[in-house]
Design a protein around this ligand. Structure first.
Ligand code: AHR
Length: 508
């Protein structure tokens, strides 16, 4: 008999809004994410606009991607934006020392990134260079991008073909300052961030949302230092404040940094270890939020998880510096679990960015370097199936004690995960059965509204290792889920082993 779990959801008690920015993305100059991924150059045979690959844009538009973080990552702190403007032939070549020691010709720069955001309908999130850049360099970049009227940077922008300023809402003050972004202590970084934050000005109507480079995983002391040193939100004299949010990075790595595990050749034990690591994101967001609550009980400073996702050993035969990995049903379940956690933290968590969108780490899209064939990954489908949560009100889900669980080493993994939201007269419930072998049934006891219609979809496959390839692009793809039955106790949803399901209920 399947495990039966009852979940109570009061559809008329709306919780914090789930910002669409929790479904944000990240594109670094790393491996084949930008070059050969998003950007193939104007001379490519592949359909492109200004070198930007149009089938990639089309696939991502279907996700309504809300924002795109660029140019890094570690690359951000060695990127000098002035090298990436003007005629391409004149742009200097640099070495991407972090990622494969390859040459970077700077053909994808500020104008190309902003054009990409326009094509995607996504808001730009630019990470400025604190580690090896200057305050003036960052200040000039903001001016170049966002100022109207006349100024040295405005004249330069216009000379490069762009009359109107762009709108740039999200501004990162460096990246991983504790590591690749300068190996600073929290104190040192806080002092730097105050200077860089001060001179990253609001020009005209463009209001920057400054995001300070935050902690590595569970480094709560880092968050505490930033809250003490930067957390004040400004005053009449200095209205912008130094930062409006701070970030944290957390990757799901069940192995060690030396041997992270294989993306496709894994066993059941590896799978459960992965899920335990993924579920840890809840503990980390809670820990950082608790620290922030001490200094900012009104929740004015946002928490941004601007790098998350699985990190496996690279695919055999690929450049170790390019972080190219396959993406299976297991990755999709990791994503589903993260989103449930994000929805529960919607009161503090204002943005999250999966690493990374194309051809790097837990990607949405993989492209073949030879044929150019494009494949949508299982993770892509979770983003698509969860689109209805964007800017919806979170709904609390109460599970009784005794939900199915597995003991994994010293950890207990609850194997049924769900979250819900409401927008107008529509409730969306996302459900995951993380058990590798056993099905489960969840009875959704929706209170406070009567259900007039139901549409359910499922993402699963015969094996956790299944993934999509150019030869079998839909091996793991969503389909209609018929096993949703109205009962006197609520909607009974059958969850096969290792499956992700969305149930959309229309209310009277
Ligand atoms: O996403 C890959 C790298 O992981 C990023 O460049 C860095 O910020 C993190 O360590």
């Amino acid at each position: 008999h399947d495990a039966v779990v009852s979940a109570v959801i009061n559809v008329d008690v709306r919780g914090p809004l789930i910002s669409r920015h929790l479904y944000g993305h990240f594109a670094e100059h790393l491996g084949r994410c930008i070059y050969g991924g998003f950007y193939v150059g104007e001379d490519s045979d592949l359909p492109n606009e200004g070198g930007i690959r149009l089938d990639v844009v089309e696939a991502l538009r279907a996700l309504n991607i809300p924002n795109l973080r660029w140019p890094g990552g570690c690359f951000a702190d060695e990127y000098h934006w002035m090298d990436g403007i003007g005629p391409k032939a004149d742009r200097p070549v640099m070495v991407n020392t972090h990622w494969g020691n390859v040459e970077e010709n700077n053909h994808f720069g500020t104008h190309e990134f902003m054009a990409l955001c326009e094509l995607l309908g996504a808001e730009p999130y630019i990470s400025g260079n604190v580690g090896s850049g200057t305050v003036k360099e960052m200040s000039d970049w903001v001016e170049y991008l966002t100022r109207e009227g006349d100024s040295p940077m405005v004249r330069l922008r216009k000379a490069n073909g762009r009359e109107e300023p762009w709108r740039v809402p999200f501004w990162g003050l460096g990246n991983e300052a504790w590591g690749c972004g300068g190996n600073m202590t929290a104190q040192q970084y806080a002092a730097e961030a105050r200077r860089f934050g001060t001179y990253s000005r609001d020009h005209g109507g463009n209001k920057l949302y400054r995001i300070a480079a935050g902690a590595n995983s569970g480094d709560y002391a880092w968050t505490e230092t930033l809250m003490k040193q930067l957390g004040d939100l400004g005053c009449a004299y200095r209205p912008a404040g130094y930062m409006q949010a701070l970030s944290v990075h957390y990757y799901t790595i069940p192995g060690t940094w030396q041997d992270k595990g294989d993306a496709t050749a894994f066993g059941t034990d590896d799978y459960y270890r992965t899920m335990v690591q993924a579920a840890r994101v809840d503990e980390l967001l809670t820990g950082h939020s608790n620290v922030m609550d001490c200094y900012d009980p009104g929740r004015n400073v946002g928490l941004v998880l601007d790098e998350w996702g699985t990190w496996w050993n690279v695919e055999p035969g690929t450049n170790p510096g390019f972080l190219y990995q396959q993406n299976t049903l297991r990755d999709a379940l990791v994503a589903g679990l993260h989103f449930d956690v994000f929805h529960r933290h919607a009161g503090r968590l204002v943005m999250a960015n999966i690493a990374q969108t194309v051809n790097v780490l837990q990607a949405m899209i993989l492209t073949d370097p030879d044929s150019g064939a494009l494949v949508l990954t299982p993770t892509y489908h979770v983003f698509e199936m969860n689109k209805g949560h964007h800017d919806a009100a979170s709904l609390r889900v109460d599970l009784p004690s005794g939900a199915p669980a597995r003991t994994v080493g010293s950890a207990e993994l609850t194997t049924v995960s769900l979250s819900a939201s409401r927008k107008d007269d529509r409730v969306l419930v996302s459900l995951s059965n993380l058990d590798a072998a056993e099905p489960a049934d969840v009875v959704l006891d929706l209170r406070g509204g009567s259900v007039t219609g139901v549409r359910a979809r499922i993402l699963t496959a015969a094996n956790l290792q299944d993934h999509n390839t150019p030869e079998a692009p839909a091996a793991v793809a969503p389909r209609a889920h018929e096993q949703v039955t109205p009962t006197s106790a609520g909607l009974r949803v059958h969850l096969p082993a290792h499956s992700f399901v969305t149930v959309e209920a229309s209310l009277a």
